[in-house]
Design a protein around this ligand. Structure first.
Ligand SMILES: Nc1ncnc2c1ncn2[C@@H]1O[C@H](COP(=O)(O)OP(=O)(O)OP(=O)(O)O)[C@@H](O)[C@H]1O
Ligand SMILES: Nc1nc2c(c(=O)[nH]1)N=C(CO)CN2
Length: 177
């Protein structure tokens, strides 16, 4: 059984609705079980600034799938949630699902890179991750999430604001039928 961390982001349309639908779709996969869910944060767009603010969160999952299969399933969920892939990297999207960590693996294979190569510099990833996995290390940095976040400039951390505190899964409609 593998443990992985996944980042979720949305900045078009009903952003919270898309996050909720993504959690449901992930949970519906037979080979994936969500076991930790962060709060939702509203975050200033990074990399491409003239676009709407994002809602971002992070989850921890257990899965039998190897990382490549997990990515394929996540990309299929993105497509079902109206994600249109265009050439613009960092552009607006209804749903973005990135694999952040997969066990403690450090790999680059068929275009899949783990740990996610930009996670350590993104407050919109580190803040939700610090909530669910502060002591988890990023293998490429050999430092924990909470340590890397602590070193991050205050200015960047302030671009990430709590939007909805996560309570039980039920509260977010995750386990309703
Ligand atoms: N760890 C990973 N998680 C998700 N996608 C990955 C990962 N490593 C490589 N990729 C590849 O990155 C490609 C581009 O992904 P995507 O369109 O989500 O990029 P982006 O969200 O615009 O930018 P960023 O990768 O900086 O978040 C995908 O086709 C996927 O194959
Ligand atoms: N705030 C924020 N900015 C981004 C995000 C994101 O999820 N949140 N995703 C990006 C590409 O993956 C680029 N910029």
């Amino acid at each position: 059984m593998n443990t992985a961390y996944v980042a979720l982001g949305s900045n078009i349309g009903d952003r919270a609705g898309y996050l909720q639908k993504a959690l449901k779709e992930i949970n519906r996969e037979q080979t994936i079980r969500i076991f930790l869910i962060s709060s939702i944060y509203e975050t200033e767009p990074v990399g491409f600034e003239s676009q709407p603010y994002f809602l971002n969160m992070a989850i921890a999952i257990k899965t039998d799938d190897p990382a490549e299969h997990l990515l394929a399933k996540l990309q299929s969920i993105e497509s079902r949630l109206d994600r249109v892939r265009n050439k613009e990297q960092n552009g607006p999207r209804t749903m973005d699902l990135d694999i952040l960590l997969f066990n403690d693996e450090n790999m680059e294979k068929n275009g899949l890179c783990i740990p996610h190569p930009r996670m350590h510099e993104r407050a919109f990833v580190l803040v939700p991750m610090a909530e669910i996995a502060p002591r988890e290390a990023i293998p490429t940095c050999k430092q924990t999430i909470e340590h890397i976040l602590h070193l991050m400039p205050e200015r960047l951390r302030k671009e990430v604001r709590l939007w909805k505190r996560q309570g039980q899964g039920e509260e977010f409609g995750l386990f309703e039928n």
